[in-house]
Design a protein around this ligand. Structure first.
Ligand SMILES: Cc1ncc(COP(=O)(O)O)c(C=O)c1O
Length: 428
């Protein structure tokens, strides 16, 4: 694919479609009233906030990303005799990385029907929706690591944050609850769609303690307050994206390579995946590279540019690759650059959770075989179909990574467990 051929579409790591001319004139009455002193004052405060923000984000990032120091026997006990492709290939990692099996792997791959306008493209789907019978989708591979680490640390409460329709929160509540953890989730707003409504009803039946925090910042602050006061709490970042969670998707890249070797599908030229907090895409990039696949990971942005960006994907991919190499020298040293993956930016529409007409069309196209939703997977498929119809070369093999759960989730009969604000949202 040529880069930057179309604004807002896939572009070598760096997101195309930036710098779109938002208002820049700024010469109103307020500007004229700025004195030199106040200007310097504002500059100093902005700098101060930026430095403080950077330092605290850096600190939180390091804290969240600390892994290791567990006795190998305790790690082995949690694995219970099971193994992962990552550990089979790099056995020394099993003595460092916490993991307990929750998934049924490998997730199947099947071919999708010929696409009008792209008859010479073969399109496959990776059925990550079937990753676990209790609740599938892309969060479970991450939870295999988090719930193992929480147990090793002796924590009894799992604390996380998510939007009201959070798949990550629902996966955490179900899998964490099944292992006996007390799960707490701080929720923030997102547009109410039928899928979000279903997840809210599902969340209400999980037994998780839910609280409404209004905004992302509010949820993080509320989580911080809980952490400060509850030594039994283990925190999982929004979307489960941290070094440990990302390792789950390095494993998924190795799994794809094994399926290619086994002849389940030809080596994909491209892999399309929804990208929110970026851990899934980052892990896949590293996993595909370690496995020697030439597949180009194409992350479809589904959250605001501040959250889903090439810079974050690259940073997370580099971080996890460096960690794995440091933990086990037999893991080859790989360095991921912006030129190694793409980010599609033109499927986001009005923002996170806002349905688009392209997503609605993709959802309908997939409906006989796949149950998608418009926050993540239909937007990712829309980006994928757009590529197949427009820029793919004849004969290409394209893989759509379906990250939503398709296992049935029991809806609560009563919604008493929901915070009043969320109950009002769903009209009860
Ligand atoms: C269904 C679904 N797909 C994709 C993603 C994006 O994954 P990541 O946050 O790792 O980018 C999410 C994250 O919440 C999700 O729920």
């Amino acid at each position: 694919m040529k880069r930057g051929r179309r604004r807002g579409s896939a572009g070598g790591g760096r997101t195309a479609g930036r710098g779109g001319g938002s208002g820049t004139s700024g010469r109103g009455a307020g500007t004229r009233r700025l004195t030199r002193r106040s200007f310097l004052g504002i500059g100093a405060s902005v700098l101060g906030v930026a430095v403080a923000g950077g330092v605290s984000v850096g600190y939180a990032f390091r804290r969240i990303n600390e892994i290791g120091g567990y006795a190998p026997e305790r790690l082995a006990a949690l694995r219970g005799g099971a193994s992962s492709m990552l550990f089979d290939r790099y056995p020394a990692l099993a003595d460092v990385v916490p993991w307990r099996p929750l998934t049924t792997l490998p997730t199947p791959v099947s071919e999708l029907p010929q696409l009008d306008g792209a008859r010479d493209i073969r399109l496959f789907v990776k059925r990550e929706d079937l990753s676990a019978p209790l609740y599938g989708g892309n969060k479970v591979r991450k939870l295999e690591h988090f719930l193992a680490e929480a147990a090793l640390l002796g924590r009894s409460t799992i604390l996380t944050v998510g939007a009201t329709g959070t798949n990550h929160g629902l996966a955490t509540a179900l899998h964490g609850g099944a292992l006996g953890f007390d799960v707490r989730i701080a929720l923030y707003d997102q547009p109410l769609t039928s899928h979000v409504r279903r997840n809210i009803h599902g969340l209400a039946g999980t037994g998780a303690r839910l609280q409404y925090s209004g905004s992302v910042a509010g949820a993080l602050l509320d989580a911080r307050r809980v952490l400060d006061n509850d030594p039994t709490a283990y925190f999982i970042m929004a979307g489960g994206s941290s070094r440990l969670g990302t390792i789950g998707y390095v494993n998924a890249g190795l799994e794809l390579a094994a399926q290619v070797r086994a002849g389940t599908l030809p080596e994909p030229d491209r892999l399309f995946v929804a990208a929110g907090t970026c851990g899934t895409a980052a892990g896949l990039i590293v996993g595909c590279r370690l496995a020697g696949l030439r597949t180009r990971v194409t992350a479809v942005r589904v959250a605001e540019p501040l959250v889903t960006r090439a810079l974050t994907i690259r940073a997370m991919a580099r971080d996890v690759a460096a960690f794995l190499h440091a933990a086990d020298a037999t893991v080859p040293e790989v360095r991921i650059g912006f030129g190694d993956f793409d980010v599609v930016t033109d499927q986001l529409g009005d923002g996170y959770g806002h349905p688009t007409s392209a997503a609605a069309a993709a959802l309908e196209w997939a409906a006989p075989r796949l149950m998608l939703e418009t926050t993540y997977t239909a937007k990712a498929l829309a980006g994928c179909l757009d590529y197949c119809r427009g820029r793919a070369r004849p004969g290409e093999t394209v893989l759509f990574w379906n990250t939503i759960n398709s296992a049935p989730v029991r809806a609560a009969e009563r919604l008493d467990a929901l915070p009043a604000e969320v109950r009002r949202m769903v009209g009860t």
